[in-house]
Design a protein around this ligand. Structure first.
Ligand SMILES: [Zn+2]
Length: 296
């Protein structure tokens, strides 16, 4: 699994004490380097590359806020001078991971921040500015992939991804998330405008196996007689035991197990993972490493 990142992601800083800190990505990069995993530095994308998903006026407002020194877009989504460059760099690493997968058929992981799955078309929220998973689905369709499965295993509902893909039946979106929890969406009855969404709300403090099988059951339902030709994973690790924002009980091997099952489900479909949440940096790093390297 080829790992892409971008150094500019480290300079986005939402402020002292904020859980979405640069220390998260630093811990991941350090763990990958110590394990001997090569890191591939990606180029930033251009703002024009985001226009299929996000209106220019919204993107310009983020850029202007950053260039002016920073500020807040909602109660917990903050911008500093480096945020705009980090947004373009993170999306660039995600696109590089997708292009690797499309060109070679191999799997890839974009290890980035800020995360993306809460971002709406014209609104930053939940630490997110740009919809990475939805952007990759859009680009995959443009490249001829007709059946794109997005699996969101972050502990929060991927409301932004859902909003950006729910009208396109070529994408199917499966999200398991803690309920109730931020952002409050993701009821099982939310199926999307094209009936292409499967939401799995789960209580906190269940067993690891209940989470592993709960998500897997939904994936099997979503892919019944519909095998994906590309799999995108919104890979958040705030579902791990010990995360300060989540109440799930997952361990690193559980993510490796999902990866093993996804590969067996659709052997011809490359997997592109994009890093979302995970707020205990050492646990996040262990989760990413297990996803990249498999069971240990
Ligand atoms: Zn999350």
């Amino acid at each position: 699994m080829r790992v892409f990142t971008a150094t500019a992601c480290l300079a986005h800083d939402p402020g002292a004490g904020h859980p979405e800190s640069p220390a998260r990505l630093r811990a991941v990069l350090q763990a990958l380097a110590q394990a001997g995993v090569p890191l591939h530095e990606a180029s930033a994308i251009a703002v024009e590359d985001l226009l299929p998903l996000h209106p220019f006026g919204y993107l310009e407002s983020v850029r202007t806020l950053a260039r002016g020194g920073g500020g807040s877009l909602d109660a917990d989504t903050h911008v500093n001078m480096a945020t705009w460059d980090a947004v373009l760099a993170a999306a660039g690493a995600c696109v590089a991971a997708l292009e690797h997968a499309l060109a070679t058929g191999g799997d890839a992981f974009a290890v980035v921040r800020p995360p993306g799955h809460h971002a709406l078309a014209d609104q930053a929220m939940g630490f997110c500015f740009v919809g990475h998973a939805a952007l990759l689905a859009h680009r995959a369709h443009a490249a001829g992939r007709e059946r794109v499965l997005i699996v969101d295993w972050d502990v929060h509902h991927g409301n932004g991804t859902q909003a950006l893909v729910e009208g396109d039946p070529r994408t199917r979106f499966v999200s398991m998330h803690q309920w109730p929890l931020y952002p409050g969406t993701g009821a099982a009855t939310e199926r999307g405008r094209a009936n292409n969404c499967w939401n799995v709300p789960m209580a906190a403090s269940l067993t690891r196996a209940q989470y592993v099988e709960g998500l897997w059951d939904a994936i099997l339902t979503a892919t019944d007689r519909w095998l994906p030709d590309l799999i995108i994973v919104s890979a958040g690790y705030d579902g791990m035991a010990g995360d300060p924002l989540g109440g799930f009980t997952l361990e690193p091997d559980d993510y490796a197990e999902w990866m093993r099952r996804l590969r067996a489900l659709a052997p011809a479909a490359p997997i592109v993972a994009v890093m979302e949440g995970g707020y205990a940096p050492e646990r996040l790093a262990a989760g990413v490493l297990a996803t990249v390297n498999g069971k240990r």
